[in-house]
Each structure stands twice: as C-alpha cells, then as structure tokens.
Ligand binder design. Structure first.
Ligand code: HEC
Length: 483
C-alpha cells in the first residue's frame, strides 16, 4: 500500500508527466570532464530569476511618474521595511547578470562552443545579451535622478543621429520631443513588460537548444569540428559520459549559490545605488555617470572628435552586433581549442583591454559638456555683428549657459526646445523674461542662476532675434499694462 504522500505525488505525476518529461532531462548524459567552466550560463539564469522576483516586489511600490518616481525610491530606501535591501539586491543582481552573461559568452566563444551544430543557440544568446543590456539601461533610467536624466539625453542624442528616421525614433523613445513624464512611462513599460517578456521568449528556445544539442565537450587541440563526422563523435562521447544530475548539476547549483551569497553580501555592504541628485537639466557641471557597464560606450561618445561622432555612433554598434551574429557562419567549423585559435584569443584580450581603458576614461572624462556636439557652436556672425554692448553680453550669457543644448539658432543646435532664430517676433520682452526666469514647459528655470543684469542682457539679446525690418518688440511698459 503506497503512502498517502506517494499517492498524492502519483496523482499529480499521472497528469503532469514530470517523471517521464523532466527527469530524463536532468539525468541526460553529458560529456565527461566538463569542469567548472560550464557554470556561467545557469548562474546568469539564477540572476535573471532574482531580477524578476525583486523587480516584481519593487514594482508594487515604485511610482512610474516623473513627479513621484524619485520620492518613491527615497521612500523605499528610508521608510519601507527592507525596501533598501530589495533595491540593493535588484541593482547588484543586475550587475551580476551583466558580468555573468559576459563571462558565459566569452567562455562559449573561447571554447568554440558556438560552432556546428550550436549556431542557433549562439544567435539566440547574442539577442539575450542585447536584451540584458537593454534591461540594464532602461532600469537605470527608472532611477529618474540626475544620472538617469543625462543617460536618456545621451541615448536620445545617439538615436537622433540615425539618418532620416532619427527624430521620429527619438519621439517614440521619449514619448514626445522632450524628456518628461511620458519618457518615464515609456521606459517603465519597456523595463517591466517588453524587455523581460522578450527575454523569456528567447530564453525558452535557447534552453531547449542547449538540451537538444547537448552540452559541448571540453575542446581538445587537434580535434576540429567537421559537420560530416561531428554527430558520430559526439554520440561516442555521450555514450561514455555521465548523467548531468547529480555531478554537473551540483557544480551549477554550488556556483549559483555562491553568486547569490556574493550578491547579498554586496547589497548589504554597499546598499542600493542612488537615487543621486534629483534631475535638473541646468546642472551642466553635475558630471553625471551612467552605470559602469555603459561607461565604455559613453567614453567613446565623449571622446570621439565631433566630426566623427555620428559615424562612430552609428556604425560601431551595428558592426559589432553583425559580427557577433555572423560569427558561427564564418567560423562555424574547425579547431575549437583556444590554443589553436590565437586570433580568437587575441580578439578577446583586445576587446577587454579596450573596454577597460574606455571604461576608465569614461570614469575620468568630463564628458557632459561634450555630450552634444553643438553646445559649443558659436552664435552665427550675422546675428552678433550688429549688436550693442549689452546685447553682446547677453549673447555671451546665452553661449555660457549652453542654451543651445536645447535651442537652435539658424537651424543649428538642440531640438528639445523651439528654434529661437525668430523668437522676438513671437514673444514680448516680458514674456521672454518670464520664460528665462521661470522656465516651464520642460525648460529649466534660470532665475536662480543668473543675476538680474545677466537676465536683462540675455533678454535684450533675445529681443534682437527677428528678421531685419520687422517691427521692434513691444516696449516693456506696454506689456506690463497688458498683463
Ligand atoms: C533643457 C532644455 C532647455 C534649456 C537648457 C533651455 N531651454 Fe529654453 N525652452 C526649452 C523648452 C522645452 C521650451 C518650450 C517651453 C514650452 O513649450 O512652454 C523652451 C522655451 C524657451 C523660450 C520660448 C520660446 C518660444 O518660442 O516660445 C525661450 C525664449 C527660451 N526657451 C530661452 C532659453 C534660454 C535663453 C536658455 C538659456 C539660458 C534656454 N532657453 C535653455 C528647453 C530648454
């Protein structure tokens, strides 16, 4: 007579078929001597699961609205019991996921495990890597602090350079022409629904292929992959192999457990990241920094010569992703062992060296002023040549406060605010003063940053921005009475 628990288990198994469907996967034979190199993939999965669990908990408290996001994070940090730990674990396991997926991809590349017949597994893996970076980027935006604000700004500036459809793409990404409340909603939707959904969607076939193609054996020098003979050889290795459970499963489990412990140790010792200062577009000197994994990219952006920027930004990522995706097609056969693939080893070393140097530069380079190639563009000569001394002084203020990060003159400059070439035909003197002092409509208020004399000079400069021969802007007194 089977025990009651046994009968309950049997009842479920008759319906679910776990014993016939899942157990064989756990005990399927794998090649012998895999060692500890094969643990990074499953540890990445463990990190992803931690992301989902902590992420869902955070989403319950987080408010994805520009006005409240920052406060809700402060609330999590300071008032919600263990809220700080939740944020810290979410942040550090994100870091862990980026590190582990990079190690996993590097291991697969160095051991030639992407070669025949595992090309599709690799290609899905490349997309999973991109999705992980996408999750990391959208996640740091949700912090909605100074760094997040400029992070989106730089990201949008990059996207805006795509030929023809750039501005439209920026509009879709930001939910409008400016970084504002809609932007945060977009990134929240991406971070919480779209990207995790896609990740799971690609993860399932990735894991299915891992099981279906079997785990690649340890590469040996002088044992090249040849599609004609590969299956038969692998068959032999498997026949002499060992069951995945318990030996290799145990390695995966132990390594994952260590990773989880390390994440908790980091989370408890260093706490959550940010939020730093609340977003304030006028703090050009704030030296914002993205999360470390984006430092190399941002350094590249900051340091490349302005005339090359667009080419670098647009071609480099596309070429890099294309190489990764096509790799199994031009290197899908032949030697797997790193000792017989010196070029592959050299590429990995150079890649990590470059990323390291760029990351270091990214950490020390004062890039925010260089962020938009146009912030230093001088005011066109035909505008300044007929100015009075006070108006000239105003032009200097206009230049120094980098108003052109957001506004263009003669079509050159930022597109976040309206083009100011003819602003004086639209706005009166006092409207100009109000706009500069109080800002509004996504423009920062400059009242506290400018002395009254600077405001006066700036506005008298703005007052000259109209077509020649057009009537002078109304006198201040006239519109004072109108208001
Ligand atoms: C962060 C981006 C940003 C910066 C920096 C910025 N502005 Fe603006 N500005 C805007 C936006 C956005 C608007 C549109 C506001 C609206 O729609 O109500 C605007 C509107 C204006 C207007 C009114 C234009 C019109 O046609 O209605 C003036 C004038 C102006 N800004 C001047 C300045 C000056 C001068 C500076 C530098 C001291 C400056 N802005 C810096 C974003 C910016």
């Amino acid at each position: 007579m089977p025990s009651r628990t046994q009968r309950i288990i049997d009842w479920f198994d008759l319906r679910l078929g776990i014993r016939t469907a899942v157990l064989p996967i756990l005990t399927h034979p794998v090649p012998r001597g895999l060692g500890w190199y094969y643990v990074f993939g499953s540890a990445t999965l463990t990190m992803f699961m931690m992301q989902i669990v902590t992420g869902i908990c955070l989403a319950v408290v987080y408010v994805p609205a520009a006005s409240d996001a920052y406060t809700s994070l402060e609330y999590l940090n300071n008032e919600q019991p263990l809220g700080w730990l939740l944020r810290a674990v979410h942040y550090w396991s994100a870091t862990g996921m980026v590190v582990l997926i990079s190690l996993h991809a590097t291991r697969v590349f160095l051991m030639g495990a992407f070669k025949y017949p595992r090309e599709l597994t690799w290609i899905l893996g490349v997309f999973l890597l991109l999705l992980t970076l996408g999750l990391a980027f959208t996640g740091q935006v949700l912090r909605w602090d100074q760094d997040a604000y400029w992070g989106v700004g730089v990201g949008a500036a990059m996207v805006g350079r795509v030929p023809f459809i750039g501005p439209a793409l920026v509009h879709v990404l930001l939910g409008g022409p400016n970084i504002g409340g809609e932007t945060l909603s977009r990134f929240f939707g991406l971070h919480v629904f779209v990207l995790p959904g896609l990740t799971i969607l690609l993860l399932v076939p990735h894991l299915y292929l891992v099981v279906r193609q079997g785990i690649s054996s340890r590469p040996a020098p002088g044992k090249p992959v040849d599609p004609k003979t590969y299956e038969a050889e692998y068959e032999k290795e498997i026949a002499a192999g060992e069951p995945f459970y318990p030996y290799d499963f145990a390695k995966d489990a132990i390594f994952s457990a260590i990773c989880v412990l390390v994440i908790f140790a980091l989370a408890i010792s260093f706490g959550p990241k940010g939020p730093s200062e609340p977003p304030d577009p006028t703090l050009i000197e704030a030296e914002p920094r993205p999360d470390w994994y984006f430092l190399p990219l941002f350094a590249l952006l900051a340091l490349s010569p302005p005339e090359m920027e667009t080419a670098i930004i647009l071609t480099l990522p596309v070429v890099a992703v294309a190489i990764l995706l096509l790799l199994p097609f031009f290197a899908g056969k032949g030697e797997r062992h790193p000792r017989r693939r010196p070029v592959a080893v050299l590429v990995v070393l150079l890649l990590f060296l470059t990323l390291g140097v760029l990351g270091w530069l990214g950490n020390v380079a004062p890039w925010s002023p260089e962020m938009f190639a146009w912030s230093g563009t001088p005011i066109p000569v035909h505008i300044v040549e007929r100015l009075t001394p006070e108006q000239l002084q105003g032009a200097a203020v206009f230049q120094n406060k980098t108003c052109r990060n957001c506004h263009s003159l003669d079509g050159q400059g930022g597109k976040r605010g309206p083009d100011l070439t003819l602003v004086a035909t639209r706005l009166s003197h006092s409207e100009l003063i109000r706009q500069v002092i109080q800002g509004g409509g996504n423009m920062p208020a400059y009242g506290k940053q400018l002395s009254p004399a600077e405001v006066e000079a700036l506005v008298s400069f703005l007052g000259t921005l109209r077509r020649e021969g057009e009537p002078l802007p109304r006198s201040p007194a006239a519109d004072e009475t109108k208001n």
